[in-house]
Design a protein around this ligand. Structure first.
Ligand code: AMP
Length: 273
């Protein structure tokens, strides 16, 4: 991967990079298309990163669909797929990790201890190997995007970090590799996740600025589906992810994580005055 990347740099071709854990869907394809538009070469990585999963999480059962992923990649005009093994990424003796900070401490960071340490570490390693001009991340994993942006600034990375809007299903549910785990009833209940956020967005657009009222509107929608077990619902400043307690005056984001059966889904909506 490194020698390929070097060749492209020598030829003065720009490299766009889309890191994923595979099980590709239209959300990933949107990232690949964004890369295709902005860069001459596109690299996709597929790596189910063990260090970002907690001991009781779904690392073992995370969907792996390499052949279908290859077909998606080909259609999207990907130049190279980088798919290292866990042993290549974390050989015996591996012990150095990125220490993430405040951006990573709340929300998913609080609910999944060590998650963003694992994410930041693997992304830093991937960026070093692929050495892209631009790396593309989905806004679906909003906190992840902010943690990576922060790391980019803090570690003086030359790669530009670009966020790509959330791709949703017809009922609004954000596409996710984990949606395959949902039962038909669970899938229907999951539709209330985006609807809760859209209800808050609608009120926001109509002028509502009180965090508590916006959160209450989302909660009302979530209450319709008792199958959803809310992990967190929060309204935060869009860049720092510090919770907002006074009327919204700058860019904000409402973030939601909920379990449907044992599947944990996340979503968010940006509220920009
Ligand atoms: P994953 O393989 O699920 O870890 O995701 C790889 C990349 O795809 C991350 O940057 C995600 O934010 C992005 N992604 C996943 N689902 C979506 C979606 N529905 N819309 C946009 N980006 C997404």
């Amino acid at each position: 991967m490194r020698s390929l990347s070097r060749q492209w740099h020598v030829a003065r071709e720009t490299i766009g990079f889309v890191p994923t854990m595979g099980a590709l869907h239209a959300g990933h394809v949107a990232l690949l298309e964004a890369a295709r538009q902005k860069c001459q070469r596109v690299v996709l990585s597929i790596f189910v990163n063990p260090t970002q999963f907690g001991p009781k999480e779904d690392l073992g059962k995370y969907p792996r669909t390499f052949e279908a992923d290859q077909r998606h990649a080909e259609t999207a005009g990907v130049d190279a797929i980088f798919f290292p093994t866990p042993e290549e990424m974390y050989p015996a003796g591996f012990e150095t990790y990125v220490e993430v900070g405040k951006t990573a401490s709340g929300l998913c960071g609080a609910k999944r201890p060590g998650h963003f340490r694992g994410v930041a570490t693997v992304v830093l390693k991937l960026l070093h190997v692929v050495d892209p001009d631009i790396a593309f991340f989905g806004q679906k994993d909003y906190q992840q995007l902010q943690v990576i942006r922060r790391m980019g600034h803090d570690f003086d990375l030359h790669t530009e970090i670009v966020g790509v809007p959330i791709v949703r299903d017809q009922d609004g549910l954000a596409l996710s590799s984990r949606n395959v785990f949902l039962s038909p009833a669970g899938r229907q209940a999951a539709g209330h996740i985006p609807q809760a956020l859209f209800a808050a967005e609608k009120a926001f657009t109509a002028g509502e600025r009180e965090p508590e009222r916006l959160l209450a509107l989302a909660e009302q929608v979530l209450a319709i589906a008792p199958e959803l077990k809310v992990d967190y619902l929060a309204l935060c400043a869009a860049d720092s992810l510090v919770p907002i307690t006074s009327p919204i005056a700058g860019p904000a984001v409402m973030l939601l994580a909920a379990f449907v059966d044992s599947t944990r889904l996340i979503d968010n909506i940006q509220l920009i005055p």
